[in-house]
Design a protein. Structure first.
Length: 67
């Protein structure tokens, strides 16, 4: 079960990286700061959720190894 949480955590962290890359390039191309604010909130949310999934997978892995 911990593998599922680990993969979800990696997916959310990758999503955060994509959002951060969008924050850098989109304002340069379009000149619109609204996209930057939305991207920052989205990236921070994805980092938080991804970190929580990775933390849960670590805890589950430790409990499986100890059992």
């Amino acid at each position: 079960m911990w593998k599922v949480f680990e993969e979800l955590g990696k997916w959310f962290l990758n999503l955060a990286l994509i959002d951060l890359a969008t924050i850098v390039f989109r304002p340069l191309i379009e000149g619109n700061a609204e996209h930057s604010r939305i991207g920052i909130v989205s990236a921070l949310s994805a980092v938080l959720v991804g970190s929580m999934f990775l933390y849960a997978s670590t805890k589950l892995r430790r409990s499986d190894d100890g059992a």
